[in-house]
Design a protein around this ligand. Sequence first.
Ligand SMILES: NC(=O)c1ccc[n+]([C@@H]2O[C@H](COP(=O)([O-])OP(=O)(O)OC[C@H]3O[C@@H](n4cnc5c(N)ncnc54)[C@H](OP(=O)(O)O)[C@@H]3O)[C@@H](O)[C@H]2O)c1
Length: 285
Amino acid sequence: MNPAESNQTTASWHMNTSLANKTTLVTGVSSGIGREIAEYLAERGARVFGTARNAQSATPIRGVELVSLDVTVDASVSAAVQSIVQKAGPIHFVVNNAGYGLMGALEETSLDEARQQMETNFFGVLRVTNAVLPEMRKGGFGRFVNISSVVGFLPSPYMGMYAASKHALEAYTETLDHEVRRFGVRALLVEPSFTKSKINHSGKDAEIALKEYAVYRMRMKQAVEEGVENGDDPRIVAEAVYQALTAQSPRLRYPVGNGVLLSRMRRFIPAGLFDKISRKLFKLD
Ligand SMILES: NC(=O)c1ccc[n+]([C@@H]2O[C@H](COP(=O)([O-])OP(=O)(O)OC[C@H]3O[C@@H](n4cnc5c(N)ncnc54)[C@H](OP(=O)(O)O)[C@@H]3O)[C@@H](O)[C@H]2O)c1
């Protein structure tokens, strides 16, 4: 891209950060955080396409067009993206939200279970991003907001593969942002803490259960379930997504709720002390 073109895309970007009529794809809107994001963005004027693996059985959301999409299947992702482009033209905004949690000590987690977790939470994001990015780049305009988690920057004992999938998503997003920024495209992260949703029900348990981990695993599972039940209102995650999509100069990371404090602690507390605090918090000793 020559400097004149580059200035042009920057200028067009600055004129266009409002949501009005922007074609917006949100994955995983059948429940929880994705549902709230889709509704919130539609209320603010975006043309929102929300996905679920089975759009027919998903409860309708006012102002949101539902599309079937399984983020683990190449053909499903390309068919969904094509159908949206045919209806509404180029996609301007993508919120990669679909995901689930896998509970179990790492030694209890099979390679297949680990692969499935990465297939949805990490490779699912790559599939959707790769399907949308070429046209977005050519148009010189767009934003990806990837729903990470506080466990994208913290360890999460007994949910290690879930934490690994979100850590990978953080590295991917930060790198992508460096690569695509000169095309007028940004890739950003929203990092919720415990948030009310169906994640306790949609989550999976590792099939192998070793008695050596049982007490701590059960303790952690109970803490996570209680955390989600008493968690943040998903609306605050939707607000953070809205800020990331519309800010003239967006931040790379938007921690939400307790995530704000946790993210500061992670950055500023020395590693040894942070390790001690984490073990106390997770009741590991
Ligand atoms: N709740 C929390 O405490 C919390 C905290 C931090 C981050 N997060 C993240 O927030 C995101 C949303 O989770 P949630 O808490 O709202 O959970 P949720 O209520 O269980 O919603 C998960 C959504 O993901 C979709 N999904 C799952 N697997 C999919 C696949 N293979 N293809 C397409 N869609 C798929 C589900 O749709 P269908 O099953 O209908 O296809 C559902 O709409 C996840 O990325 C999660 O990691 C949640």
